[in-house]
Design a protein around this ligand. Sequence first.
Ligand SMILES: [Zn+2]
Length: 720
Amino acid sequence: MSEKKWWEKPVRMLRHDFISGYDELTRRDLEKLAREKKEKWHINCEWMVGSLGASPGRGFQTTFEAKGFERVPGFEKFDLLRKYLPYAHKYGIHLLSYLNLHWFSYEFAKKHPGWEQITSSGKPYGELFPLYGNGTTFCVNSPWREWAFSLIEEAMKTGIDGIFMDGPVIFPDCCYCSSCQERFYSIYHKKIPLEDWQSPLWRKSLSFREESMALFLKDAQERVKKINPEGVIFLNAGGWHPGSWRVARDIQKLSPYQNFNGAEAFFHLHSGEHYLFDSSIMAKYLRAEDKPVVVFTHHAQGVWHYIPLAAREIEIALLQTIANKANPWIAIFESKYSPDRESFERAQNVFAFQEKNEKYYTDTESIAEIALLFSFQTSSLYISSLPSLYKDLGTGIERDLIFDKGSGKKIIDWKKRKEVCEGLLSLSHMGYYSILTRNHFLFDIILDNSLTEEKLKKYKVLILPDACLLSDEKLKIIKSFVSRGGSLISSFEAGFYDEEGKEKKNRMFEILGIKKIDGLFPTVKGENYFKADKDIFGFQKNQLIERSPYAVQITPEEKVSSFFTFLNPLPRIYLPLRGNSKYPAILINKFGRGKVIYFPFDIGSFYGEYKPESHEKILKESINYLLKPTLITNAPPTVEIEVYKKSRSTIFHFVNLSGDMQRPLTNIIPVKNIEVEFSSGNPSKKVFALKDNKRIPFSFSKGKLKFKISLDNYEVVVCE
Ligand SMILES: [Zn+2]
């Protein structure tokens, strides 16, 4: 095996910012700064600002000598990158330049007509939506691209190790500039259409935007490599949230042209609740493309940028990141006021631990047995054809003797419909992710690209969440996976549309065991149920289970088993029950040598929103019915467990999220006596805990490894 490049090994990244004035750096002892990064922060990669992300859009000014570019005031005689680089390298730190490539002043834009991103109204984006209150943004297809590439070249000429591009993105409702129109016309022989979800050309224009982004990145990468063949480049590739299409970021298209896939998992103080597995879901999503991954952790207490993020929140975000095979990133914003020391110490401790145990984070391989599909084409193009989905159902909350059942009105606007579907998909992803993580199943997230015969070989169960657009070709691959003995879990409208979003329900009938679809139950939030037909999956016979508002009435094929039946619908709450319907609530089908479980309701999004215990149990027991999990444990749902193979070792990561029951967390409650039973096949000679720094007693018999641990915030257990 060839020696790994530095970016293929664990990388710990940091950005040190001076929020009240970046020129503070010109007065600092640069060697001392670099030494602190190594000795205190234990990082091996640092970002230095090369062009500013500051008001009023100063992306055109540089902190280093760059031919043809204006210098940041205060840096006229101070070449930051060239001055800092020798110290960074002396302390083993790879230096990247942060280039702001999305925020420019109106004045600078005026000097360069034709560079700005133009909205469908013909007005520049920055005029309608001033960036951060003041400034505009440029187009990747315009002549600005050459300007950006020469800035990249100039930065690389300083000798640094690479570039992080903050932007560009193609902003929503952009870009209709003449350069984009010209390129689009040369491909499609039409003008760029306006947003119209029923128009095939509009759907194509979304790919055009994504490909324009990818092409920009590809050319930028070439410019980096022209100066330094070992130079790295990457940008924020967009995360798992359905909605990345708005800014034209498709990780699958960007991935080939960058060294890291990175995205933000930011913690904000806000009125809703921060998702418990936020950094972990992002890491798992990003690593689906089989390349080094960075999760950007918010450094600040939301929009109070002078205060670091709460100590325990920084810590669990970084721990979830490294436990999920991603590289951590954090920024520190320095001002004359004292930061919360504990916040920084907890981050430093995570970095120090990873540095010390680097070999256990290198060359590890996921041993997941379940694949959960997060489909980008679905987030881009899914608009359900079920009208009931667009009905206002209210909150379903009863308070002060008033029940909020909504207006019952239907949304007509297609843009709004698209948003409704994205909301459903987002909840569905979170719902499935939460249930799998809380129950310690070993799983990967896969993307559309990974639906290949080869990649699926690794998995025993494939999960298609509530909605996913599938081409005929991908469906064929899934069918062949199941007929060869794999298992499929699918729910609601998964596979009911082709890759362009056209409805094609019938092609799913054979694999799911559907004879015909009679319709949808009336959409009512609350008081509708299904029931267990016998003692099964931990439910007693006739036990009631909450029904999601969206449930499909299915006549199954005769060979299909069910064991759960929907009750007849109730139009309102507090009415007597009206007996059983003829429709099954779960379908269990055999297909070739494999099994298929289909939930004719949106189990993922329903759980994502309401978290009913019953639905967690149904999914958990369904998986247990399909496979014998490799990992069995009594760990509580708030302990996340990830397991990897590294040659002949097995490495377990335990992240303890048991805390306050509100965010930000201030406290982690230790968990004692976590029992782990792992069907490894290979007997272990030695089991040891890296953080506790001690050997752990274990037993091995009949292919099963058993050990016990007590957990503070994090532990890594290595079985050799
Ligand atoms: Zn344009």
